[in-house]
Design a protein around this ligand. Structure first.
Ligand code: AMP
Ligand code: MG
Length: 353
């Protein structure tokens, strides 16, 4: 009888030890972290993933980034975008599925933002020297002539043959959405490989997969647009894209002493003077957040708030706007997950006025 009891407890002890060891082993496996740094799409990518599938996942991510860059870059020889931009008017250019899907989405986002996002701005962007980094201030006449060819609605997309054609003088640039789309693709790839926790920093555009391995949310600093070495605050998020567009990211100072930045107003062909210095968009889809951060920057605070209030259902997002005067506007959904620095004046934007 006593012996039976001893044997029973021994078996329980061995089983418990086994379960404990398995849990500890799994915990250790989840804590394993891999990182990958690369220079792509004209910026630094820093990718971090946890767990046993992370190493292979990140190697595949690096390959996928190169593949997407090879399709979407406006400068790379033989990229889909380059072939479209070099094509004759009306010529049908076959592109890869990624390019087609992104063009389709970017055109839809152009419509949704009433043209604040316009992927046909490339000739104007070149005139300002943003592509070659040979900056200049184009004259009024030059800009009006170039703007004649700017209109995302003129793009012809044939889904059946994955072909794209443009009219004379039109050239495309996906700079406003390519990194967001890339982040979405990388998250999907990691998820398929069984990774449940990752942080992807694509040149300051952050996309996180799941939560941190200990289950807590990721903490993401939102840059101070007046001093890039500082943050205005910290966002806590899980499984989200956090994407910022700012006039401080790429600009030059003209001979007139004024700053000219890379986010253009498609109406004027000039750097968007909307009173904002940065827009951070938080949402599910990287492509959408990337497109919206650029478009809302162009719209300015009043239009951006109006646009945000009209959102419902899938695709809703939250945002942080910083104005030239240093005011921070925060949509109500971020209130519980954004800790703003004490020096900043913040105002809450509510769904109902
Ligand atoms: P982002 O940093 O995402 O705001 O994207 C800025 C980039 O998008 C610029 O470097 C240009 O390549 C391109 N761009 C600038 N203004 C616009 C605009 N209004 N619509 C679409 N693309 C733009
Ligand atoms: Mg963008």
């Amino acid at each position: 009888m006593r012996r039976g009891k001893i044997r029973f407890f021994s078996v329980i002890a061995v089983l418990s030890a086994g379960v404990l060891l398995t849990v500890l082993f799994q915990r250790r496996q989840e804590q394993i972290v891999y990182t990958k740094e690369l220079f792509a799409m004209d910026t630094f990518f820093s990718l971090k993933a946890y767990g046993p599938a992370a190493e292979r996942g990140l190697e595949d991510c690096a390959r996928r980034v190169r593949e997407l860059e090879g399709m979407l870059s406006v400068t790379a020889q033989d990229s889909d975008l380059r072939r479209i931009n070099d094509s004759s008017p009306g010529e049908a250019v076959s592109v890869q599925e990624d390019t087609f899907l992104l063009l389709e989405e970017a055109v839809a986002l152009g419509r949704e933002t009433d043209g604040a996002l316009d992927i046909t701005l490339y000739p104007v962007l070149k005139a300002w020297g943003f592509t070659a980094k040979e900056y200049r201030i184009p004259g009024e006449e030059e800009l009006s002539a170039l703007l004649e060819c700017v209109d995302y609605r003129e793009l012809v997309l044939d889904k059946a043959s994955l072909a794209v054609s443009v009219r004379e003088g039109t050239e495309l640039d996906l700079g406003a959405v390519a990194k967001g789309y890339t982040g979405d693709c990388l998250k999907e790839l990691l998820r398929e490989q069984g990774v449940t926790s990752a942080m992807l920093d694509l040149g300051g555009n952050i996309q996180v997969l799941g939560a941190k391995p200990d289950g807590s949310p990721w903490r993401i600093a939102v840059k101070n647009p007046f001093d890039g070495s500082e943050a205005i605050g910290v966002l806590e998020v899980t499984d989200k894209a956090v994407i910022t567009s700012g006039s401080y990211e790429r600009y030059f100072v003209g001979e007139d002493g004024r700053r000219y930045w890379h986010i253009l107003d498609p109406e004027s062909g000039r750097p968007a003077q909307s009173g904002l210095v940065s827009v951070t968009v938080v949402g599910e889809s990287g492509t959408r957040c990337d497109a919206l951060s650029t478009a809302l920057f162009v719209m300015g605070k009043e239009r951006a708030v109006e646009f945000w209030r009209q959102q419902s259902g899938p695709g809703t997002f939250e945002m942080i706007l910083v104005t030239e005067d240093g005011e921070v506007y925060l949509t109500e959904g971020l209130e519980s997950c954004f800790a703003c620095g004490e020096d900043w004046n913040t105002e809450r934007i509510c769904r109902v006025q």
